[in-house]
Design a protein around this ligand. Structure first.
Ligand code: TYD
Length: 215
């Protein structure tokens, strides 16, 4: 029987720098012979990408925003994530449900209770096996935010919003330290990469993936 793949997510406030590490992670896993599906939220399916466009750019109420995140997520889960894991592929997802707890729950102050109801609605009920949370002080995150493109609805938010978002992420990591590993992303890119690489190796060992050959 095919062994189920592993579900990995990466999280952090905008500007934490996680995107620069995702391509590296995907390459690293592929170099170990794993089939890897690299995907993102909101998005990950044709409909999900349309919902992403709406939720990042159209004015809307908080309930609508939260429901659209989960509408995109349920499509993603059923069409992409669950089938990939079932065939033995590993899934690397740029943000997942922790982002809703952090951004809508914390940043927008919806709280966790209603999000938990929507999370329970997701079928199949799949939690990530490992989440790497890129944590940085807000000044660092803001300085890193790409000035080149037009900021979306979230990137336009004020400092206090990101403080609440970061705090909600940290609280989730504190409550589930076995799954959510915090990476201090305020260090240099090389130091962050080294910290992530060491933890990725440990995760691969636990998953029974053979050590990299010296080739
Ligand atoms: P992001 O992942 O940062 O992509 P990019 O690097 O292209 O900007 O953008 C997605 C935005 O969506 C980010 O600001 C966080 C937000 N978001 C939520 O508010 N809730 C969610 O549940 C998810 C998945 C994302």
């Amino acid at each position: 029987m095919t062994q189920r793949g592993r579900f990995i997510t990466l999280e952090g406030v905008d500007g934490a720098g996680k995107s620069t590490h995702i391509a590296w992670l995907v390459e690293t896993l592929r170099a170990r012979g794993l089939e890897v599906v690299s995907t993102r939220e909101p998005g990950g399916t044709p409909l999900g990408e349309k919902l992403r466009e709406l939720v990042l750019n159209e004015p809307m109420g908080l309930d609508t925003e939260t429901l659209l995140m989960f509408a995109a997520r349920t499509e993603h889960l059923r069409q992409v994530i669950a089938p990939a894991l079932a065939r033995g592929a590993w899934v690397v997802c740029d943000r997942y449900t922790d982002a809703t707890y952090a951004y809508q729950g914390g940043g927008r102050e919806l709280g966790a209770a209603r999000i938990a109801v929507l999370e329970q609605w997701m079928q199949p009920p799949l939690a990530p096996d490992r989440t790497w949370l890129f944590d940085v002080p807000l000044e660092v995150a803001r300085a890193r935010m790409t000035a080149a493109r037009t900021p979306d609805r979230f990137e336009r938010e004020q400092q206090a919003f990101f403080e609440r978002t970061r705090a909600a992420y940290q609280a989730r990591a504190g409550a589930d330290a076995a799954r959510i590993h915090v990476i201090d992303a305020s260090q240099s890119l090389e130091q962050v990469r080294a910290a992530l690489a060491a933890d990725v190796e440990a995760f691969l060992r636990e998953a029974g993936v053979p050590a990299a050959s010296a080739a």
